[in-house]
Each structure stands twice: as structure tokens, then as C-alpha cells.
Write a protein that binds this ligand. Structure first.
Ligand code: LLP
Length: 427
């Protein structure tokens, strides 16, 4: 499903023109489509068919409570990695019994919060965490539902920063250690073994590492079964890659049907934690050109288009060398437009050379031109910051012809509200 369509040379999301959004809310702005998120969720749901399964949306991908509420209404569960994300899911109306809690560094307060809420499961990532969780559960008089996150040492063949299933990565427990911890947990009065989980990386475009991981996990389930420890769910994490420019990710149908086949002879619930797959291509970042700075020497120089969005708004290009497709939002005013196309580097106002959103984009540009940075619905706004004291962008959900401002643009007063001059005047 394509997020945008052209009507009279203008770009639209559902029944709203991006130009009208820029006029009303200004730029930069994040824009998401309800229909696109629903489409992805339903595609995944139907791909798993009759297999008992639960989609636990990875909140980290896009944690706006409007987006979370939409997914909760569709029946999604949630994968959270902090007390903050847990709170967001609750405020959005998410069901605690469909929440799993991942992450290598859960604090005492976070464990207590999750235990008291009686969430579905805590995905434990180390021996030390298991002991802390048992201690907290005992103190609170609660039995903690657990899964152990296995690090299967499988190469997800993705960017090293988002590869998580290799033994050199900080995530998960080695299979050997996990067997001993399962044996320990099985005997504990305050731990209840529920599942086994893994997450080998993100933006995975080849199916084979995920299936290799699934087979590995099922071998472990067999082994545990032989030890008399029964597992009720297998959680395969997230990782399903999407198309940014010209990637060719595997289809969700192929992934799901292969998993379902592997699970044929098991009495297991399947959990998945997709983030990017559900929201990446449902969102874009709207930005406008502040200045054009074409190269003075076209053979050696570069053509810079300075736009009003920056690395603080979308850090993926700077951090992961990510490439996002750029679309022209409106037809150009021909009289003032450069007549020839140039290769532009889209850069922001932040004082860093890493502040670029795209490089070498062949576009006809003029000052004021509106652009859409595509596939920005996942790991876009959530990774934004106030660097250079820039106000974070608003977030807008489009639902047919309706526009919902689900987060307003920050103001400098919002930023300063938490600070004080020195000497401090706060009590
Ligand atoms: N489950 C766990 C335990 C995770 O750590 C992650 C992502 C997911 C699920 C969701 O993965 P997804 O389906 O979205 O691939 N900021 C990076 C991506 C970091 C992913 C971190 N973990 C980016 O912009 O590419």
C-alpha cells in the first residue's frame, strides 16, 4: 500500500493534502496515516491465520499515544522497554495482560510496576535480572511470569547498530546459561516460566536468519521439555524489514507461513514484537526548504538544500547511514524554479556536518519548496531531541479526511519549564 498519492501534482495522504497540513501546522511535522497502520496490522494478523498468536507492537518504534490507542483498539498487545513506555500503553488503553516487558536494564521500580500490573510476561535478559526479579516478586508476594531472552548468536545481516542476536551484543542470555536459569526458575516459588524469546535485530530483509533463529528456539523448547519444563509461548521478537529505497524485504506471508509450519507440532502460542513493519511506511516527515546553496564549482562542490528539519528531528541518516526516499510535495512555481534538476544534499540547520537527511537527491528545488521524507513513521519522532534547543515537531494522524493533532509542536517554554537559572531558585 502506498502512503501518498498525487492529485494535480500535489501529494496527499488519505483525503488530506500535505500542502494544507504545512499551511495549518507549519513544518517540520510528522504525519501518519491511520489506514496505512491498519493495513499493516491486518496484513500481519491474517498472515498468521489460525496459528494462536499475539502481536505485541514494539512501542519504541513510535510511542505517540494516539498511535498506541489505535493499535490497542485493533487488539494489539505491546512490547515495552521502560516504565515510561508502560505508562504510555496504559494511558492509551492497552490491556496489561497483552504486555511483554523487554530490555537489559530494568530498574527495581520498573520491575515492581510491571509485577503489580500483572502484565503477560517479563522478558529476562540476564542471571542478575532474574535474581532481582525473584527478590522483588517475593517482597511483593507476587509470582513473576517470565520468559528468558536467548542470544542465539545468529547474524541478522543488518546494520551493526541494530543487530542484536550475536554473542558480541549485550542482549540476551547464552543458550547454555539459559538452560540452567530455566531449571532454577522452574523451582522458584516466585517465578513462573511462561515463554522463551529472542530478537536478533531490526530491518532484517532476508528470511533465513529469522527462520534459523526460530529453529534454534524450538530445539531449546524440546530440550526444556525433556527436562520437564514446559514452555507456553515462543516470542520471536520484531525485526521484519521494510522498503525504504529499493530494499526487497521478504513478504510477511512467507515469514508467517514458515513460522506456522515450524510450529505445527508444538502446542505453543506465538508472540511477535513488530515495530517498524507496522508504522515505518505509515509516516513521513514534512519539511520545507529554507535556503538553497548550490555549489559554486559544480565539479568539486556539493549542492546543499537547507531544510527546516534536522538530525534532531530524524537521526536515522546520521546514526545508521539510513537512506530515506524524498518526495516533492507540491508542483513548483515554474517561473522561480531552477529549470534543471540538480543532485541535492538535504541538510538541516543544526551545527554538525552529520546533520543531513538525505544525500544526492535528484530534485528541482526552490526556496520554500515542500518535501516529504518518506518511511519516517518508525524510529523518527521517538528518537528526536532538543539538540540546538530546537522545539520538537508536531505529530499528526490522518484518518480519511480528518486531521488529528496528536502532539502539538513544542515551544521554548515547554523546553525551559524543567530548568532553572543558577543559583537555583527551586526548593
Ligand atoms: N523487540 C525488541 C526486543 C527490540 O529490541 C526491538 C527493536 C523490536 C522488538 C522491534 O524491532 P522492529 O520490528 O522495529 O525491527 N532505531 C533503529 C532501530 C532500533 C531497534 C531496536 N529494537 C532504527 O532507526 O533503525
Amino acid at each position: 500500500m502506498s502512503l501518498t498519492k498525487r492529485k494535480n501534482a500535489d501529494l496527499w495522504i488519505e483525503s488530506v493534502s500535505l500542502k494544507s497540513l504545512a499551511d495549518k501546522y507549519g513544518t517540520p511535522a510528522y504525519v501518519y496515516s491511520e489506514a496505512a497502520i491498519r493495513h499493516q496490522y491486518q496484513a500481519m494478523q491474517s498472515a498468521f491465520g489460525q496459528q494462536r498468536h499475539q502481536i505485541c507492537y514494539a512501542v519504541k518504534a513510535n510511542s505517540n499515544i494516539g498511535v498506541l490507542a489505535m493499535l490497542a483498539n485493533m487488539g494489539a498487545g505491546f512490547d515495552v522497554v521502560s516504565g515510561g513506555e508502560l505508562e504510555r500503553v496504559l494511558r492509551a488503553g492497552g490491556d496489561p495482560k497483552k504486555i511483554v516487558f523487554s530490555g537489559v536494564g530494568k530498574s527495581v521500580a520498573e520491575l515492581d510496576f510491571a509485577l503489580k500490573l500483572d502484565i503477560h510476561c517479563l522478558n529476562v535478559e540476564s542471571h542478575a535480572e532474574l535474581l532481582r526479579l525473584e527478590e522483588r516478586a517475593k517482597l511483593l508476594g507476587i509470582i513473576a511470569p517470565i520468559s528468558l531472552r536467548i542470544n542465539p548468536d545468529i547474524d541478522a545481516k543488518t546494520h551493526p547498530y541494530i543487530s542484536t542476536g550475536l554473542s558480541e551484543n549485550k542482549f540476551g542470555i547464552t543458550p547454555k546459561a539459559a538452560i540452567d536459569l530455566y531449571a532454577y526458575a522452574d523451582k522458584s516459588e516466585f517465578l513462573s516460566v511462561q515463554g522463551i524469546d529472542c530478537h536478533i535485530g531490526s530491518q532484517i530483509t532476508e528470511l533465513s536468519p529469522l527462520l534459523e533463529a526460530a529453529r534454534f528456539m524450538l530445539d531449546m523448547v524440546d530440550h526444556l521439555q525433556e527436562m520437564g519444563i514446559s514452555i507456553t509461548h515462543l516470542n520471536m521478537g520484531g525485526g521484519v524489514g521494510v522498503n525504504y529505497l529499493d530494499e526487497k524485504p521478504f513478504s510477511i506471508r512467507d515469514y508467517a507461513s514458515s513460522l506456522v509450519k515450524l510450529l505445527e507440532n508444538y502446542n505453543l502460542d506465538l508472540l511477535v514484537e513488530p515495530g517498524r513493519f507496522l508504522v515505518a511506511n505509515a509516516g513521513l516527515l514534512l519539511t520545507s526548504v529554507e535556503y538553497l546553496k548550490p555549489a559554486s564549482n559544480p565539479t568539486t562542490g556539493r549542492n546543499f538544500a537547507i531544510v527546516d528539519a534536522a538530525m534532531n528531528d530524524l537521526i536515522r541518516p546520521a546514526l545508521y547511514q539510513a537512506q530515506h526516499r524524498v518526495e516533492q510535495v507540491s508542483a513548483l512555481d515554474d517561473a522561480s524554479a531552477l529549470t534543471t534538476e540538480l543532485n541535492w544534499d538535504l541538510v538541516g540547520p543544526v551545527c554538525e556536518s552529520a546533520d543531513f537527511l538525505a544525500k544526492n537527491c535528484t530534485l528541482k528545488l526552490e526556496q520554500g519548496a515542500l518535501l516529504a521524507i518518506m518511511t519516517a513513521g518508525a524510529y523518527g519522532f521517538v528518537q528526536s531531541s532538543n539538540y540546538n534547543s530546537r522545539n520538537r515537531a508536531p505529530e499528526i494522524i490522518i484518518s480519511k479526511d480528518e486531521t488529528h493533532l496528536v502532539r502539538r509542536r513544542e515551544t521554548i517554554n515547554d523546553q525551559l519549564a524543567l530548568e532553572s537559572t543558577f543559583p537555583c531558585t527551586l526548593p
